[in-house]
Design a protein around this ligand. Structure first.
Ligand code: ZN
Length: 213
């Protein structure tokens, strides 16, 4: 496996130390409103800097979360269960680090347990912890997979992400209806074509109902 050290609490603290105040963030947003060509003192946008700053706390809440800690509580009573565990169609909301506009899609996260399993909601929270940062899809995919493999030490980990990038649909080349697919396969999912094929069949094998969602 590639060398990988998940961003730990110390690195997170260093990032937050340099965080500006809410007032500084609001001043920057006022500048952007002027840059767009509008008047930040106009009634309709007067409270916008405050709202945008608070929205950023939500969009980028991943910087204050430790994905490693999320996975530390595991369950060993699994009655010998040793087949693929797949969490499919996890809603993904992120922001592209080049344009700071949304990346919207879904993630499929799978692992092949080795004696212990983790609560499934934790897998979704690991996705959010990395997605709620400035990202590119390739790095996001790798970070989720690497962290699960590193902390849970299963026989294999797989992450597949399908997402649309607003920097491509609302600006630049203006191509809508395009999604980007990335995957990271580790352990058995990388080494064993049968295991990988079984996973891809599980991801693709949707009921008509779930396709509507
Ligand atoms: Zn972009």
């Amino acid at each position: 496996m590639d060398e990988f050290i998940p961003l730990g609490a110390a690195a997170e603290a260093a990032v937050s130390l340099k965080r500006p105040t809410q007032a500084e963030a609001e001043a920057a947003i006022r500048t952007l409103i002027r840059w767009a060509g509008d008047d930040p003192d106009r009634e309709g946008v007067r409270d916008t800097p405050g709202r945008v700053a608070r929205s950023y706390l939500e969009f980028f809440s991943g910087y204050t979360q430790d994905p490693v800690a999320l996975l530390e509580r595991t369950f060993a009573e699994v009655e010998g269960y040793d087949e693929i565990v797949l969490l499919r169609d996890i809603r993904l909301e992120s922001h592209c680090e080049h344009h700071m506009v949304p990346i919207i899609g879904r993630a499929h996260v799978a692992y092949l347990p080795h004696r212990r399993v983790v609560g499934i909601s934790k897998l979704a929270r690991v996705v959010d912890a990395y997605a709620h940062r400035l990202q590119i899809q390739e790095k996001l995919t790798a970070q989720i997979a690497n962290t699960i493999q590193h902390v849970l030490q299963p026989l294999g980990t797989a992450v597949v992400i399908e997402a649309a990038h607003e920097c491509m649909t609302t600006r630049g080349v203006h191509k809508s209806g395009v999604s980007m697919v990335t995957s990271r396969m580790l352990g058995a999912f990388r080494d064993d074509p049968n295991t990988r094929r079984e996973l891809m069949a599980m991801i693709g094998n949707r009921s008509p109902d779930s396709l509507e969602a």
